[in-house]
Design a protein around this ligand. Sequence first.
Ligand SMILES: Cc1cc2nc3c(=O)[nH]c(=O)nc-3n(C[C@H](O)[C@H](O)[C@H](O)COP(=O)(O)O)c2cc1C
Length: 183
Amino acid sequence: MTVLHDRPPTAAIDPIQFRNACGCFATGVTIVTTRAGDRDHGMTANAFMSISLEPALIAVSIARAARLLPLIEASGRFGVSVLAAGTEDLAMHFAGRPNDDLVDPLCDLDGLPVARAATSVFAADVDQAVPAGDHVVFIGRVSAFETVSEEGPLTFYKGRFGKLHEETPPMLDPDWMFAGSHW
Ligand SMILES: Cc1cc2nc3c(=O)[nH]c(=O)nc-3n(C[C@H](O)[C@H](O)[C@H](O)COP(=O)(O)O)c2cc1C
């Protein structure tokens, strides 16, 4: 076995270096939303995953400090909007930098707010809320979803927004991709 580096004890993990290492994993960007009473709230998140096909499950990881967390706990539901390339303004708006120029950015999916500028949107009922350090992972059972556009994704990599260089890379063999547990 090849040992890359001497491992520091867990207590010595530097959170900034750890975040930078995690940032090497390129992701898309989503807005996670909920409706609690008559209050709609959204938060930018890249910690989104598809979990299971049957049943259809998705997951998001929400910081304990986020205003969204108690609202999802209260409503028992959340929406996820996968953002299209060029929507950095929306991503920053829902990441704590409110932008008054954005007019009516949300619409409705199955009783939940979702972003108009999304490529796909999901509505989910909380199936499990898993405490995980300073975050809570919400696993949701999908109640509705739509693929809204074929636009390329807004990406997030090493702390920067971007887009795919190659907008339409060749598809993987679909027979291989969906066989067994492959995605
Ligand atoms: C690209 C990007 C991805 C983010 N991903 C997450 C995430 O997955 N989970 C999370 O809790 N916060 C994430 N954040 C931070 C929240 O969007 C930010 O702290 C937000 O202001 C919290 O919402 P609040 O101000 O309503 O409490 C992300 C921010 C950005 C810009």
